[in-house]
Design a protein around this ligand. Structure first.
Ligand SMILES: Nc1nc2c(c(=O)[nH]1)N[C@H]1C(S)=C(S)[C@@H](COP(=O)(O)OP(=O)(O)OC[C@H]3O[C@@H](n4cnc5c(=O)[nH]c(N)nc54)[C@H](O)[C@@H]3O)O[C@H]1N2
Ligand SMILES: Nc1nc2c(c(=O)[nH]1)N[C@H]1C(S)=C(S)[C@@H](COP(=O)(O)OP(=O)(O)OC[C@H]3O[C@@H](n4cnc5c(=O)[nH]c(N)nc54)[C@H](O)[C@@H]3O)O[C@H]1N2
Ligand code: SF4
Ligand SMILES: [Mo]
Length: 739
């Protein structure tokens, strides 16, 4: 490991508290600047930085209790070897030497027998630090020639939608929301998932702004807005098209902005002429007069901000929905006000040295110059479990995945995510920063895959998660105060530095150090595979880029954070004030030539969900299932911390009184929820918080949570979105009955 860096070096008097600057690593747009309070080498408290304006000295409940996680009694402290059956969770401690040499020799024999593509890394955003998320790990798997993982589980549909319309992942400055006159929370629940944006919304509300939530579920945030529009899941694009219809019909437009900075207004006008509020009302389940009022409010001020988030993306038409909603601010000229516009993600703002950090050039190429195959992480169930393109047979082949595909899932399956004539099955899975047994859709298939006797699985984590229970080797990972890192954000425009404050707990190793050691042991020779964390931190951004002009690493070290240079108005970043969109035309593209060239609809449109009210399954499975994240957890992270899990309680199925009455379900009755993919038993909670026709389970528990049998993601689907090949967790039909 590296020696403790400068900020941690000040040897304090015994008992005295030392403060080390950090960054929150969790998958949250706020990327708070932290202060680690350390006494006698122990982390005693974590506070939000008061000088970092976005954080404002405030943390969410989860991270405010961080020492509980860092020193949790169930933390993995040494490498472990499985001694029970896969899934049983029985392990014995082993040394790092034994663990790493087992992995190295297993990988070598798999490569010799099946080729390196039989090895698949599986990682996501357990740690969003630039180093711990994607640096040495990527270099290692690239040099090995392993299959590539397409990391699509969260934001790829929305990223693709934004790219088409705006050409960039940039948006309204989170701090400018405080000055908006109208705020639309569209498919987002910031009290849970974006606390520091919510505090700005509240400030705007106190100043007289009108707040509206568009959501099938009356979330904690929707409850505190002036109005809740209970939209039918997956129909947001229809609503946006009708809003544009009204804006154009009533001339609530910024003609100058449209003329200068947009492309295809005439074509858009023709398209939305068909989208009367009445037509949209029939699709969205929102009355036409409410659509009219929403459009009038939105068009009545340029200080109208849309916080658009993932609710609408996790449906078959999610990419098109984002592309369509993203057209709104250019029509009214809301981009000309700092407190107008739209925010989905700001992650595209940073001048990243991605090629340097990840070294894709290390990947081997086949005779046609193609790099190793790509496996979509949303379809890990199929990728692990169905190892043949014929899908039915092969149970006898020694791949050992047991149950026949038909037996497991009688509905027609999507094409195998393993491309090629006779694809090589995955023989080794290396999981870190993720928990696929809990977070990936179609969980029964994921578990059947993880249970394959011929699959060698390694899990690097802080706890024995639902996935780690299936591992052959489990490796202990550090928590954020135990390693160095540098962060970008997807909700603000700052770089935040994280300095190591304490020694690693037990024998835990950071992701970067793990892959450095493994590369050496396997005999991978490229010098980049031994680069230090400090050097990668220094090279993570292009410091000569205009967005960093006049800024220096030294100030980052001193303050813990710094803000990128972007056009400002009233002191806030206002990215599209003067147009400068990232699209091929440099304009906001109502009409997209890039889509037309691919034979796709070049204009905004409504694409129904895969499992819509009109689909073939709707009679058998009349309800939609919505499974957004719970406030006290971070995806499946924190759900094992008693102090956070207890206040949340057992999972419940929230169901509308009319849907409950039709099924004779009383409040708190135990119900069975099922579809052709899986089932779950839990208590019903009858409430008008979820719209009729939609049942809601707040998600984040681990599989073995008391009070429920079965699991949320056993019900969800591996089908992908229209753009970006993203996940469709909320595009899910179910039926419910008394258990
Ligand atoms: N506390 C906490 N914070 C988190 C997370 C967590 O698990 N816990 N997860 C983090 C991650 S990984 C992410 S990606 C973000 C997610 O951040 P957000 O996208 O803001 O997620 P939610 O806050 O759940 O809000 C999604 C809302 O969309 C609604 N919804 C579902 N379907 C539709 C639809 O078709 N249309 C519309 N309009 N709304 C719909 C849901 O009911 C839900 O209220 O949050 C991050 N922050
Ligand atoms: N039903 C349903 N399913 C969903 C969603 C939903 O809304 N509904 N949301 C989806 C979304 S948006 C996302 S982003 C995914 C999230 O999926 P994941 O990114 O897999 O999120 P987590 O469940 O938090 O798992 C992260 C794991 O990484 C570990 N970890 C943390 N830090 C480190 C580290 O430094 N090193 C290593 N090696 N491990 C570390 C944590 O302990 C944890 O076990 O889930 C998706 N699944
Ligand atoms: S999870 Fe989000 S709100 Fe909580 S401390 Fe981390 S960045 Fe801040
Ligand atoms: Mo996510």
């Amino acid at each position: 490991m590296n020696s403790l860096p400068s900020s941690a070096e000040h040897a304090a008097t015994p008992g005295a508290t030392r403060i080390v600057k950090g960054a929150c690593p969790h998958d949250c747009p706020d990327t708070c600047a932290l202060e680690y309070h350390v006494a006698d080498g122990k982390l005693i408290d974590v506070k939000g930085s008061a000088t970092h304006s976005v954080t404002g000295g405030v943390l969410c409940t989860k991270v405010a209790k961080y020492p509980l996680r860092t020193y949790h009694p169930t933390r993995i402290k040494t490498p472990l070897k499985r001694v029970g059956a896969k899934g049983e969770g029985k392990f014995v401690p082993i040394s790092w030497d034994e663990a790493l040499s087992t992995i190295a020799s297993k990988f070598k024999s798999i490569i010799a027998k099946h080729g390196a593509e039989a090895i698949l890394p599986y990682s996501y955003a357990g740690n969003m630090g630039i180093l711990q998320y994607a640096s040495m790990d990527r270099r290692f798997f690239h040099a090995l020639g392993a299959s590539q993982l397409d990391r699509t589980i969260c934001s790829s549909a929305g990223a693709a939608g934004l790219q088409i319309t705006l050409g960039a992942r940039l948006g309204t400055d989170v701090e400018a929301f405080a000055h908006s006159e109208a705020i639309i929370l569209w498919g987002t629940n910031p009290i849970t998932s974006n606390l520091h944006l919510w505090s700005r919304c509240q400030e705007a509300k106190r100043r007289g702004a009108k707040l509206i939530a568009i959501d099938p579920y009356r979330s904690l945030s929707a409850e505190k807005c002036h109005q809740w529009l209970a939209i039918k899941p997956g129909t947001d694009a229809a609503l946006a098209l009708a809003m544009m219809h009204v804006l154009i019909r009533d001339d609530l437009l910024d003609h100058e902005y449209i003329a200068k900075h947009t492309l295809g207004f005439a074509e858009l006008k023709t398209r939305v002429a068909e989208w009367t509020p009445e037509r949209a009302a029939a699709i969205c389940g929102i009355p036409a007069n409410e659509i009219e009022a929403l459009a009038a409010l939105y068009g009545g001020t340029k200080k109208a901000a849309i916080r658009l988030n993932y609710g609408m993306q996790r449906h078959g038409g999610g990419g098109m929905a984002v592309r369509t909603v993203a057209c709104l601010p250019a029509l009214t000229g809301a981009w000309t006000e700092a407190s107008g516009g739209l925010l989905l993600s700001s992650s595209g703002a940073y001048p990243m040295n991605t090629a340097y950090l990840e070294r894709p050039d290390l990947m081997p190429r086949d005779a046609n110059g193609k790099p190793p195959r790509m496996v979509n992480m949303c379809a890990i169930g199929d990728a692990l479990y169905v190892t043949s393109p014929s899908r039915g047979g092969r149970t006898e082949s020694g791949w050992g995945w047991g149950l026949a595909a038909e037996q497991q899932n009688p509905i027609p399956l999507p094409a195998s995510p393993l491309k090629g004539e006779e694809p090589t099955p995955i023989h080794a899975l290396f999981v870190y920063n993720s928990n696929p047994a809990a977070v990936a859709p179609d969980g029964n298939k994921v578990l059947a895959g993880l249970a394959r006797e011929d699959l060698f699985t390694v899990v690097h984590d802080i706890f024995v998660t639902d996935t780690a229970r299936y591992a052959d080797i489990v490796l202990p990972a550090t928590t954020q105060p135990e390693h160095d890192d540098i962060h970008r954000s997807y909700g603000h425009y700052d770089i935040v530095l994280n300095r190591r404050a304490i020694e690693p707990v037990g024998e835990s190793l950071a992701n970067t150090e793990l892959f450095r050691r493994l590369a050496k042991l396997i005999g991978l020779k490229d010098p980049c595979l031994s680069e230090s964390d400090e050097s990668m931190i220094a090279h993570a951004f292009d410091w000569n880029h205009p967005t960093l002009a006049g800024q220096a690493f030294d100030s980052l070290e001193r303050d813990g954070f710094l803000r990128l240079n972007y056009p400002k108005k009233d002191g806030f970043i206002t990215p599209f004030l003067n147009g400068s969109f990232g699209t091929p035309s440099g304009k906001c593209e109502f009409y997209s030539e890039a889509l037309a060239k691919r034979g796709l609809d070049p204009l905004p449109n409504y694409t129904p969900p895969h499992e819509s009210d009109e689909c073939d399954l709707a009679n058998e499975y009349p309800l939609s299932l919505n499974t957004p994240p719970a406030r006290n957890f971070m995806n499946s992270t924190f759900a094992n911390i008693e102090e956070l899990a207890k206040p949340h309680g057992a999972p419940t199925l929230q169901i509308h009184p009319n849907d409950a009455a039709r099924r004779g379900i009383a409040n708190e009755a135990r119900v069975k929820v099922w579809n052709r993919r899986g089932e779950m038993k839990l208590a019903a909670k009858i409430t008008t918080d979820t719209r009729e026709g939609v049942a809601t389970i707040l998600w984040g528990h681990w599989r073995d949570h008391p009070g429920a049998e079965g699991f949320v993601n056993d019900l969800t689907s591996q089908a992908l979105t229209d753009f970006g090949q993203g996940a469709t967790f909320y595009d899910c039909r179910i039926e419910v009955e008394i258990a």
